[in-house]
Each structure stands twice: as C-alpha cells, then as structure tokens.
Write a protein that binds this ligand. Sequence first.
Ligand code: ACM
Length: 543
Amino acid sequence: MPDLIPAPRRMHNVPPPGLYVLDDETLIEARPGTEGVAHWLRTTVGAATGLPLAPGGDDDNRIVLSVDPSVERELGPEGYRIVIDGYAVRLDGGSAAGVFWAAQTFRQLLGPDAFRRAPVRPRAAWHVPTVVVEDAPRFRWRGVLLDVARHFLPKDGVLRYLDLLAAHKLNVLHLHLTDDQGWRVEIERYPRLTEVGAWRARTKVGHRASPLWDERPHGGYYTKDDIREIVAYAAERHITVVPEIDVPGHSQAAIAAYPELGNADVVDTTALSVWDTWGVNPNVLAPTEAVLAFYENVLTEVLDLFPSPFVHIGGDECPKDQWKASATAQARIGELGLTGEEELQSWFIRHFDRWLAERGRRLVGWDEILEGGLAPGAAVSSWRGYAGGIAAARAGHDVVMCPQEHVYLDHRQADGDDEPVPIGYVRTLEDVYRFEAVPPGLTEAEAAHVLGAQANLWTEVTETQQRVDYQAFPRLAAFAETVWSTLPAPGRRDYTDFERRMAAHYPRLDALGVDYRPPGGPRPWQRRPGVLGRPIEGAPPIV
Ligand code: ACM
C-alpha cells in the first residue's frame, strides 16, 4: 500500500494489482467546477513529469476530475474518492476543494520526483498503483501561523509556504502581520506604518538575554498587490489566508510610526522606535476614540485585501501598566463605567467584534480576549494551553486549538546544544504526532465548537526561510495528520507506522527543497552551537 501523509481514511487495492501509466497521450478531463484543479495539475505535476496533460475527455487514457454530490453526502465538501484502474484515474470530490485534496494524494502516488519543478529523468515511466482511496478531513481549520513580523519572510517564501501547506492538506495560513518589531502590510491611508514601521535598526540575536546584536537593519513589507497575489495563490490551493492585526498590545512598530497611537501622557511616544529585541512590550495602544478610528481605517483596507470570513485582532499580552498610569485611560474607564483596565481591554476587543460583524466578518483573537468578558460571536485561538479554549467552547464560542505546550513550532524539536535557542518546550516529532485538538471532558456539543487546530511558528529566533523550514519540518507533517486523519486517542496512535510512512515522505520534502531536520539530528549547517544554542546563565525563561 502506498505510504501517504496524512493517512487517508480508507485505501484498498483494485484487483488485480496493477498500474496506471501516464504518457504523452494522457488527457485531463475537467468537469464543471474543477478547472482550477486541472490548471494546478497541469502546471505542477505537468512541470514535474514533462507530460502535456492536455485537456480532453474521449479516450480511456485520462484523469477525470469531478465534483460529485454523492461524495459530498458521504465524505463532506472537502472529502474525495480516488479510483485508479489500468485505464483511467478518477478524482471525485465533494467540492472543488475535495478534488484538490485528491490531486494532492495523486501526486504522492506518483512518487517523490512529482514534487520537483522540472523533470530530472528524461525517459522516466510515470505510473500510479491501481487503488481506491476514500478520504476526508477531521477538522475544517487546519492551520499554520507564520510570524512575518519578527523576521520578515519575503513574498516568494510565503508563496512557497502555501505550496508546502497544500502538499500536507492544510487549509489556513494565519499571517501575523504586525508586532512590536515590524509592520508588514501596506496601508495606503497611513504610509508611515511601512515607511517607518516596517524597518528596525538592529536585532537581538537569539534569546532576549543574549549579549549579541545583529547590527544590520532588518525589515520589509508586502505591498497591496503582493497581498492580492498571496491571497489568490492561496485560493487556488483552497487555503484561506487569515490576517492578524494585533491590538491593543504588540503595537510598538505602529506607535513608532504614529506616536499619537500610544499612551503619550505616560511615555514620550515620539522617542519610540521599532523594537529591536524580544519579550512582552509595555508600549500599548491608547484607549481613545482616535485610536479606534485609526484601526477601523486600517481594517477597512485589510478587509478589502483579505476575503477570509475570520479576521484576527490579536489581543494577547497587553500589559496594563500604562493604562494604570494614564489619566486619559483612567478617564475612559470612568466614562464607560468599567471596573478597570481588564475591562478596558474587553471594550477594545468588543468594539472590533461589533465592527467586523457589521461588515459580515468574524473576529478571532488570542485567549486573553476571554479576560474581562468575551465578546459575543468572537472565536478564540487557545494558545496558553487548552483552558481558554475549553472555557470558550463551554460558553458557545468557536475555538482554534494551538496550545503552546504542543504545537509551537518555534520551540525546539530535541534537546541538545545543536538545537536553536531554547525557548518554551521541547516538542519532538512524536510529541506533535500525539497532539490532540479536542481535550477530554468536553460534551459533544462543546467539542463541535473546536473548529480545528493550528501550529504556530513565531520567528524571534527563526531568522530566515531556511530556519523556518528546520523548525516546521518534519513536525508539520505530523501536525497535518493530527488535524486531517481520523486517529485513535494520543496514547494509542501508531507512531511506528507514522515513522515508516515518513521514510517515504522525506524524499518528497527533499524534492520540494525543504531544509527539514533529519530524524538523526541536524545537518552540519543546521547546528546552532554556542551561545545561540544554549540557555544563558541566569536568563529568565521565555515562553
Ligand atoms: C502568543 O503566543 N503570544 C499568542
């Protein structure tokens, strides 16, 4: 049986065992609604194999793509059925997305060279085994967060990442676009957000207690056309891009660009620059009408760019010290009749919850948005363990589980001096394979609020695309299986079988050019020895 990642629900051979052979005559018949998948197959598998895969529908020798209502009934909209005999390949989906996931499985069946961008063996015989695969995802939110704020990932890197997500049947890219250390999306009304906010003069190297600085300026941002391109490229791959504009904390880059956004009666906000180090930053937004109006204007442009039903507004790690010290903030608490600073945070979040709902969108925020009262209709990204997600689900809110102890991919995947800066937890490939999105103790109705899960890749110590690859892979393959496949309870999962199938998956990652961590440990260039790789004596833990 072919070794697929993530594992499908059901797969069996079509007797007698045989092969379907692709050649220059092989046609693609795209039935209504599947033209996009045909285009993807032709440009991707066509490029790798060198076969024309021309459109057509009369001969036996063809790949037939169709949206099939019976597949939708049995396996849901993202479900699919593949039937391969000696004459033809059928990729039937419950929707175009299902057909696309079928096409991803079909590429795995072709072998690792199907993951390249051009043929490497001129006279290679391309074939797939005669099998039936019936498959469907467990969750509808199968996400990855990329933090492009701490270290900018140029546009090509994001597009490449979308291809890697698609290859693992992941369907949400959460782009963390703004933070203390950088603002990464062009906003026409406020050009200084990128003129000033996208650049920092220098960068702390490694752990925040490290004595090292990279004295080179760092930055970059996506123009509006870059974002349009990213969103369209994602849509072609049935991936939703969820933008995050983090408020009211994580805002120093915005305040550096527009000092009036900060608590100017407490600190001299004109003296602030884009932050050059890591940790939780005290410089948060001022709770004024002018600041709300500024962010409404920002979000108006963001909604125009991102069709995602969900818009992430952050809400995490907002220290309240400046609001405590600010006469303006205290007056606001009085005017609004709030009990204190925690409620001021809720007021901030509720404002944008209403504002987004009026525009047909839904707010999603980090689990701190639960503090001081959860905004009605808001969904929660549960990052500080499962507790926030459990509380939110019990209160009838939708949840994306991303507990840092389990699925923070910036954390190390092994102990040892060769691994990167030790922040957070050690999570091995096996640990991630045993991640479970639905915690025990939820009723069926509460569990139905768990939309899915997300692996978060923060980039304080992950400076380049190569480092992103190292942190993400192979763990993202294990994560993908936990959100796509129907697996037993964590303790009963067959990790040995997963490892066996991974042996077939590493060559696919090699063909894709992914600089993953090999099972035996880092390759020489992946090592981060010395001060970067070890905890600094006496340094506070970073999580
Ligand atoms: C987070 O990791 N601060 C959401």
